[in-house]
Design a protein around this ligand. Structure first.
Ligand SMILES: Cc1cc2nc3c(=O)[nH]c(=O)nc-3n(C[C@H](O)[C@H](O)[C@H](O)COP(=O)(O)OP(=O)(O)OC[C@H]3O[C@@H](n4cnc5c(N)ncnc54)[C@H](O)[C@@H]3O)c2cc1C
Length: 381
């Protein structure tokens, strides 16, 4: 059974998809159980992926990257998240947010910040969410104030991927109090060694344990004025645009996880015997598997239709949200059914399905909870 079969993936993206599958089999699969248990960041796997050109793939060739298309990136994501979502998140997080720098940065910013990420020398992240506000992009409180030729940041960010280990991060902060909730925010490139930048790991998570998130505090954190990214006041618009594409990627997280849940459920029920027959022979079990497969194929078709729309330059706002909503909720449903089909075995820590079950709780949250996706779909109907 090959759930992530190629026919739905554009031909040009198939070679890198195959490369990602081989990489996952060689590096991710053997390490995933141990990394989940230890919660240790998968540094050696990130290094290996860098060497094979499987991280920060989307950065343009003119900036030292590979200029991989969205199809290629999504094809790789599906494979990584099928193998293991925690390690997958660590891998895709290497360049999180750089699309904004590439689209809106000055040449000097791209030289100084983007190129080193493309060349695998540094790690980055994106800091939007805060301890007291997550879903409401126009409700963030971290402020940036202009003092002479510097910006001074004060506030807190929470959940920030690579917030401790990154060399620099893109920070979303309030620069005005104009009353226009959407025109008050700007983006900044913040080196993590800037004075006033402090980050600590957030408490251990129930899932995606091999990935790293941080609680960041900005206490009079000073950065040069030229680190403003894009026009002042355009932060909300730039982030919203970034999420339109980003959500197709997160849909890929859901598809990879759903595939893992189905594979595990299928293997278990075809191996286990109860009442003198294989568990797979019960009709209700067969219907569960049929339902999982149907939801999976619907979600995957929607994802690849969305990728096609984004790549053809259409306004794909609602599509990104629909793909993310459907794929990530399908992952949680498949994980729920899958763990149920495992009986008592499902709750054992060393079972892949128990990791998938816990990991699947995350993509329904990040880059916008499902309620926010439903709001966006309705608003862009
Ligand atoms: C593993 C992980 C990695 C992350 N990485 C990053 C990162 O790198 N950078 C970053 O900036 N953030 C990151 N996040 C944060 C993530 O984007 C937020 O958690 C998310 O936006 C939700 O915000 P919240 O947790 O504050 O929940 P809240 O927004 O407080 O939501 C709480 C509840 O309110 C409900 N709710 C919210 N809005 C609505 C609405 N409009 N209608 C109905 N109900 C609503 C939600 O459904 C939810 O049940 C990460 C999160 C996780 C779990």
């Amino acid at each position: 059974m090959e759930l992530l079969e190629e026919s739905v993936v554009p031909e040009a993206a198939r070679p890198v998809k195959r490369q990602a599958r081989e990489f996952a089999d060689e590096h991710i699969v053997p390490a995933r159980a141990e990394r989940f248990q230890s919660g240790e960041y998968p540094t050696s796997i990130v290094e290996a992926a860098r060497e094979e050109g499987l991280v920060a793939m989307e950065i343009g060739e003119e900036h030292g990257g590979q200029g991989r298309s969205l199809s290629e990136v999504v094809a790789v994501i599906e494979e990584f998240f099928r193998a293991d979502a925690g390690i997958g998140l660590a891998l895709v997080g290497q360049s999180f947010g750089t699309n904004i720098l590439e689209a809106f940065g000055t040449e000097a910013q791209k030289r100084g910040y983007l190129r080193p990420v493309a060349e695998g020398e540094v790690t980055t992240g994106m800091a939007i969410s805060e301890p007291d506000t997550g879903s409401d992009l126009a409700g963030m409180e971290t402020a940036a104030t202009k003092e002479g030729d510097e910006w001074v940041l004060d506030g807190e960010k929470y959940w920030i991927g690579n917030g401790v280990s990154a060399d620099w991060i893109t920070v979303y902060a309030k620069t005005d109090e104009s009353g226009d909730r959407h025109g008050n925010y700007s983006l900044f490139l913040v080196p993590t060694d800037a004075p006033g930048y402090e980050a600590e790991y957030i408490p251990e998570k129930m899932g995606m344990r091999a990935s790293e998130q941080a609680h960041i505090t900005f206490d009079g954190c000073r950065i040069p004025e030229e680190n403003l990214l894009g026009p002042r006041g355009d932060g909300f618009r730039m982030v919203a645009e970034f999420f339109n594409h980003g959500r197709a990627r997160v849909a890929g997280h859901g598809i990879g996880l759903a595939a893992a849940a189905i594979e595990e459920a299928w293997a278990f029920v075809h191996d286990r015997k109860e009442f003198g027959k294989e568990v797979s022979e019960f009709q209700s079990v067969q219907h569960d598997l049929a339902e999982m497969r149907t939801e999976f194929e619907s979600a995957r078709s929607l994802l690849w239709r969305t990728v096609e729309r984004i790549e053809s330059g259409e306004d794909a706002r609602k599509w990104g949200s629909m793909a993310k909503l459907k794929a990530t909720e399908t992952a949680t449903e498949c994980a729920e059914t899958g763990i149920g089909l495992h009986g008592g075995r499902g709750i054992l820590d060393d079972q892949r399905i128990s990791r998938v079950y816990r990991d699947a709780r995350m993509p329904v949250i990040y880059e916008g909870v499902s309620a926010v996706q439903r709001d966006l779909i309705y608003r862009n109907f």
